[in-house]
Design a protein around this ligand. Structure first.
Ligand code: ADP
Ligand code: MG
Length: 697
């Protein structure tokens, strides 16, 4: 049966070798199976006619019927535009064409009944429809009203007559042949419990829905199935790992006790205590830990990481911490060094720029066990780096490492996998966490250390710059320090530099006599460090920077974060930047500057920042605005390449699908029961195509 869906697309009637090559190149459609999963991305509602009176610009594509009252061709010959006054019994609306004017002119006649289909837009105070479809109504009434699928296609395909309609036709041909061969992929019990329609019906209805209701049922069924299998894979991974991989059991808490009694610099928050307990529990059990530690900026993850290292190093094993960038690795190293030295543990930093001579020593000490803690970048997972006994690997992920890298770290201990703790500073929406880290247990630090005053965030237009500058002056007069951040302008590094340099000059002009630092991506590392150090010591009062300061700076005396062109920043980035202030006891502020013209999305981003300091709420909004692919960067897209489900919108379905997968595996971890035959077959067929499945044995 599977064979049918593997048939190369060129054998479908109406395709042939040339179109097949195009479909494969443009849309990655190679087989029948690929085509049938090329789901419509929207639907045109041909089930009803609207009245002209009801039309407004917020409507999607709509259908009207009526007559042409008057036709005007306006403008000079080369830029001629056609305005058609179209009316029904309730009113009149303009239809506009900018192209193909002659052709349309020939086609249209006053007095005849037409069907019009298009998207209304506001044009000043008027509403018109540009380039609608228009047909004589008698022809149209031949077709029954329905929801018409719209398929994504490309300009190249359109030129070769493979537009959405043509793809729809191919789909119809394929579906006729394929229908009896579509296999049910979910157990009957799951279908019943969650009210899922059969797969066959779902596939048919998602392409050619009878009505809104059956479309919705079809989408729900297919999304559920897609998320079910993602979750099943992750949960199975977890079960397999628990079965197969024993964890190293760590008991010795003498270092921990000593650190608590003598060196702990502050009281831990309850949230910190809670996650430490969870982590300790894992490392004391005989299971290998795979845990995600989430905590907002400033929630105090560094000390948690260190305390976890104490259990491991106190028991004679080693700990490693891997960060995605050199700056971050250095920051972690600096953060941990003092603690380590106090308690008498040896710690080293290994990055791409570590000198060969130093590297040799590190390698040696790692191997003979004299080095207890290693902090670094990717350099850590190189083959040459060998530990005597790695007990705990911490990954500060920031979304930049994938499952593959995580697994490389496990293999750093050949005898028994080390415990793995993944830390993320940017809170991840639940739906994403469940998908990206669905095979991990999750701990969350949901509380900031006491005494922190919530940062006050305001939005100001550029025209209020004088007032903003006045405020900055006041803060400096009170002894505080200020960041002013300029955006990166993606298209051109030169422009970036100009932007921040111009900013620097105007800041110097606006604050005469105030010492100003500048840091940007084009500076040499030493120059950067030098400038940073001056700011840290308080020698300079204002730090003008690009987003390089997003990570790696901790200056408690800095209380103001000014973000220029705030509309150009993503939400996660704004939140990270804001996290640079509010680190001391004084009230901190974040000022988002923008010009008057803001896109709808930019407005939502800025409003969200002003409304809340809660990283999780911000992450949720970000997910809704951008979609998961963008949010997580390209590295993760493999996991997130969903065909129909949308993690930004389908959180509820995801929840149910995960629950369903959990229930199935709880009863039948090996998927051996006869009731789970469908699942077994589907897993088998997916294993062929999805690389990730191969990790489940
Ligand atoms: P992040 O979670 O962003 O990595 P850090 O670990 O850098 O946060 O901690 C931010 C700041 O808060 C540091 O200066 C740290 O020393 C301090 N800190 C951490 N935990 C506490 C606590 N329980 N009480 C007071 N200050 C704390
Ligand atoms: Mg940190």
């Amino acid at each position: 049966m599977q064979g049918f869906f593997d048939t190369p697309i060129e054998f479908l009637k109406g395709v042939g070798p040339q179109k097949a090559a195009l479909l494969s190149k443009e849309l990655n459609i190679l087989t029948y199976g690929d085509l049938i999963q090329h789901y419509p991305f929207r639907y045109e509602d041909r089930t009803k006619f609207h009245l002209v009176r009801e039309v407004n610009a917020s409507m999607p594509y709509i259908q009207l019927k009526g007559k042409i009252r008057h036709i005007e061709a306006l403008g000079p010959p080369r830029k001629r535009r056609l305005v058609v006054h179209f009316k029904d019994d309730t009113g009149e609306i303009e239809l506009v064409w900018f192209k193909g004017v002659d052709w349309i002119l020939k086609k249209l006649q006053p007095g005849v009944e037409y069907m019009v289909f298009g998207k209304p837009t506001a044009f000043g105070r008027k509403i018109n429809i540009a380039h609608p479809e228009i047909e004589v109504l008698t022809n149209f009434t031949m077709q029954p009203g329905h929801l018409q699928p719209v398929y994504s296609t490309t300009e190249t395909l359109k030129r070769k007559y493979l537009d959405s309609k043509a793809i729809g036709k191919l789909m119809k041909t394929l579906l006729n042949a394929a229908f009896p061969k579509i296999r049910e992929t979910l157990p009957v019990t799951t279908q019943e419990e969650y009210g899922l329609i059969p797969k066959q019906e779902a596939v048919e209805q998602v392409h050619f829905p009878k009505n809104h209701e059956s479309l919705q049922k079809a989408q729900f069924r297919l999304k559920f199935e897609e998320l079910f299998y993602v979750q099943l894979r992750l949960l199975k991974l977890k079960i397999t790992r628990m079965d197969k991989f024993k964890g190293i059991v760590f008991h010795d808490t003498h270092l921990l006790t000593k650190f608590y009694n003598e060196y702990l610099p502050f009281d831990l928050t309850n949230a910190q205590k809670k996650v430490i307990k969870e982590i300790y529990h894992d490392m004391r059990s005989s299971n290998q830990m795979n845990r995600l530690l989430q905590g907002d900026v400033g929630s105090g993850k560094t000390i948690v990481a260190f305390i976890c290292m104490l259990l491991v190093t106190g028991s004679g094993a080693q700990a490693a911490l891997m960060a995605p960038t050199e700056i971050l690795a250095i920051q972690h190293y600096n953060g941990l060094k003092d603690y380590a030295q106090k308690i008498g543990l040896r710690i080293a930093l290994l990055t791409g720029s570590t000198k060969t001579s130093e590297r040799k020593i590190i390698h040696e000490y790692l191997k003979n066990g004299e080095l207890h803690i290693l902090v670094g970048t990717h350099a850590l997972i190189e083959e040459k780096v060998q530990f005597q006994r790695l007990g705990l690997a911490i990954v500060d992920e920031q979304h930049r490492f994938g499952v593959a890298q995580r697994s490389k770290l496990w293999q750093k201990n050949k005898e028994i996998y080390p415990h793995v703790l993944v830390m993320t500073a940017t809170p991840i929406p639940r739906t994403l966490a469940m998908t990206l880290y669905g095979d991990l247990d999750i701990s969350t630090i949901d509380e900031l250390p006491a005494g922190r005053k919530p940062i006050k965030t305001v939005h100001r237009y550029d025209s209020h710059r004088l007032k903003v500058n006045g405020f900055i002056k006041e803060q400096i007069a009170e002894g505080r320090q200020v960041y002013i951040v300029y955006p990166l302008i993606e298209e051109s590094e030169k422009l970036d530099l100009k932007h921040v340099m111009d900013g620097y000059e105007s800041v110097c002009r606006a604050f005469p006599g105030v010492p100003v630092s500048i840091v940007h991506g084009k500076m040499k590392a030493e120059a950067k460090d030098f400038e940073m150090a001056r700011f840290v010591k308080g020698e300079t009062k204002i730090m003008v920077a690009t987003t390089v300061i997003e990570v790696g700076v901790n200056v408690p005396n800095a209380t103001v974060m000014v973000i220029e062109n705030a509309e150009r920043f993503g939400l996660a980035q704004l939140h990270q930047l804001r996290g640079r202030v509010g680190r001391g006891a004084d009230q901190s502020y974040c000022l988002l500057l923008s010009n008057y013209k803001l896109s709808k999305e930019a407005r939502v981003r800025i409003e969200t920042m002003v409304r809340t300091n809660n990283g999780f709420e911000i992450a949720d909004t970000d997910l809704k605005l951008r979609g998961p692919g963008d949010l997580m960067g390209t590295q993760q897209s493999g996991v997130l390449d969903l065909l129909i489900a949308d993690l930004g919108k389908d959180g509820k379905i995801l929840q149910s699908a995960r629950q369903a997968a959990q229930a199935v595996l709880a009863k039948d971890p090996g998927l051996d029961h006869p009731g789970n035959t469908n699942i077994r077959a589907q897993v088998k067929s997916m294993r062929k195509t999805v690389v990730n499945w191969s990790r489940i044995s």
